[in-house]
Design a protein around this ligand. Structure first.
Ligand SMILES: [Cu+2]
Length: 300
């Protein structure tokens, strides 16, 4: 027993020394302050979702908060019921159990109440689904292609296309974030609705930016259409591929940079020079005849 007591007091002393160490307190405090200042990246000790950016994310956040209340109440009710039954009807307190096999009132209640709860959840849920599905009123289009292991962003209306790679840890500049910053981020003007055409080039990837509440699969040979509602404000939103896609799955982050219109136009000017798309190579022979299926020439 003395041995156990010694261990316990050692553990307590160590906890006091380490957890209450000023460095820890400073770290935790700075996380909280940083959490309030920057909105679009995961933070140490983060609780809950990233602050929502744009109407889609706000609606998703509201739905999440509503569901959190509902499931908490249900869990507490079921727990309370279990504890009550366990105590009230235990063998010692209730030696002769009731032989009741059914009770019509309670059976109607435990069918109708869950249905009402589910319908209550379905209304905001479907509202959000239909809102997400409406990609018609967007201001611009970006085609996003997942590759092993980087993203490619193409602005079809601007004729630019570029690859976006993770910045290695040893090359990180001031202000860049380990495992999240990329060499060429996807740049968008602030306060814009952007239609994303998401596809894949090799295996399945998934384009996921939590703060913008966008998560969509990138399949080879198929284009998924979604939109993001980038709110006003110069901000960088970080995300990651969240479909296990091979050994470097963790190293293909997404960086979306929202710029004021003037700065976006400036970026566009330099991007047009730097990332002008190669014109697609023409099919080898225009006269393929009608004898066989059309074979597209390999680009390389
Ligand atoms: Cu991936």
């Amino acid at each position: 027993m003395a041995f156990m007591a010694t261990i316990a007091s050692d553990v307590m002393a160590s906890l006091r020394k380490n957890i209450l160490h000023p460095a820890w307190l400073v770290a935790v405090a700075s996380c909280l302050v940083a959490g309030a200042a920057t909105a679009a990246q995961p933070l140490p000790w983060q609780m809950g979702l990233q602050p929502p950016a744009g109407t889609i994310a706000e609606m998703a956040d509201d739905l999440h908060n509503l569901l959190l209340v509902v499931i908490t109440l249900i869990s507490l009710f079921v727990l309370g019921l279990l504890v009550y039954v366990g105590i009230r009807f235990r063998a010692a307190a209730n030696p002769v159990p009731s032989r009741t096999s059914h009770n019509t009132v309670i059976e109607i209640l435990w069918t109708v109440i869950p249905v009402v709860i589910l319908v209550g959840i379905a209304v905001p849920s479907f509202r959000l689904l239909y809102y997400l599905d409406r990609t018609a009123d967007t201001d611009m289009v970006i085609k996003v292609t997942g590759n092993q292991w980087y993203w490619n962003y193409e602005y079809p209306d601007e004729g630019i296309s570029f690859d976006s790679y993770l910045v290695d840890e040893e090359d990180l500049q001031e202000g860049q974030i380990r495992l999240l910053s990329v060499d060429y981020p996807m740049v968008v003007p602030e306060n814009t609705r952007v239609k994303l055409l998401v596809t894949g080039n090799d295996v399945m990837h998934s384009y996921f930016v939590p703060a913008l509440a966008v998560q969509v699969y990138a399949f080879i040979g198929r284009t998924n259409e979604v939109w993001i509602d980038v709110p006003a404000g110069k901000q960088t939103y970080y995300g990651q591929c969240n479909q296990i896609c091979g050994v470097n799955h963790a190293y293909m982050p997404i960086e979306v940079r929202a710029l004021p219109e003037a700065e976006y136009q400036e970026w566009l000017k330099s991007a047009r020079e730097e990332f002008a798309m190669n014109t697609p190579s023409p099919v080898d022979s225009p006269d393929t005849g009608s004898s066989g299926p059309l074979v597209l020439a390999s680009a390389n």
